[in-house]
Design a binder for this molecule. Structure first.
Ligand SMILES: [Mn+2]
Length: 240
């Protein structure tokens, strides 16, 4: 049983090479795995499941093909695609997971997150996050036309910094005390997340036991970094 983990692909019409790489990753790599966990920011922006602009339909079809071919697909949304909903889940055959998800992995209780909640030093971002995810805001936003939503999203991006920004330098790193609090809450010793674009393996001690935080990389046009877990073996790889 092999589990794969990816995040931060930021797929968009402006990054056709990354989209092509992801479509090939699904066919050639994920198809060999039991499960693929996408830990957020698969898309650079998501204004609603009814948005059918290219390259979205091709990506949705490729995910559906994978999920119906025996690889289970799981999705935790990121700060840029948090509006992904049930229609997307049905169309792709993926299971939408909440902001935190715990599963047994590599001999650990493992906690999966996108990672933005760990960046608690960025108060402005966390305030934006709360505002954007308020059900009233989401309901009103989704009631608008797609063109209106695109315009609003562009305006928010300008005003909100990393609430929806992509520049790695703008993203504050994870706060260690917050990391430890989430691990304690989950009773977990392993954390896998993305978002910060600071790929690394962090080993530390948590309440007298060894803990591990694995940060996923942002995908580049011709290099898709992913994590593979098979039994107790954890490996980092790059799909090219
Ligand atoms: Mn993110």
């Amino acid at each position: 049983m092999e589990y794969l983990f990816i995040s931060d692909l930021h797929l968009s019409p402006e990054r056709p090479d990354t989209t092509r790489l992801f479509l090939r990753f699904l066919r050639e790599r994920a198809a060999q795995a039991a499960s693929l966990f996408i830990l957020g920011d698969l898309f650079d922006a998501w204004v609603g499941d009814d948005d059918k602009r290219p390259p979205i339909p091709e990506i949705v079809a490729a995910m559906k093909h994978l999920s119906t071919s025996g690889c289970q697909l799981f999705f935790i949304s990121g700060n840029r695609d948090f509006l992904i909903g049930d229609a997307f889940a049905r169309a792709t055959g993926c299971s939408l997971l909440p902001d935190t998800h715990v599963l047994p992995l590599a001999g650990f209780r493992a906690l999966l997150m996108h990672g933005d909640l760990l960046c608690s030093d960025d108060r402005d971002y966390q305030a934006w996050r709360l505002r954007l995810r308020h059900p009233d805001f989401i309901g009103e936003f989704l009631s608008k036309t797609i063109a209106e939503r695109i315009a609003i999203a562009a305006d928010y991006r300008k005003r909100s910094g990393e609430a929806v920004s992509l520049k790695a330098a703008d993203i504050v790193d994870a706060n260690q005390a917050t990391v430890e609090a989430y691990l304690r809450d989950a009773g977990a010793g392993l954390l896998i997340h993305g978002h910060t674009h600071r790929p690394a393996n962090h080993r530390f001690e948590l309440d007298g036991a060894g803990a591990l935080r694995l940060v996923l990389p942002e995908w580049q046009d011709h290099a898709g970094g992913y994590l593979s877990v098979r039994g107790d073996a954890i490996g980092r790889y790059v799909f090219v």
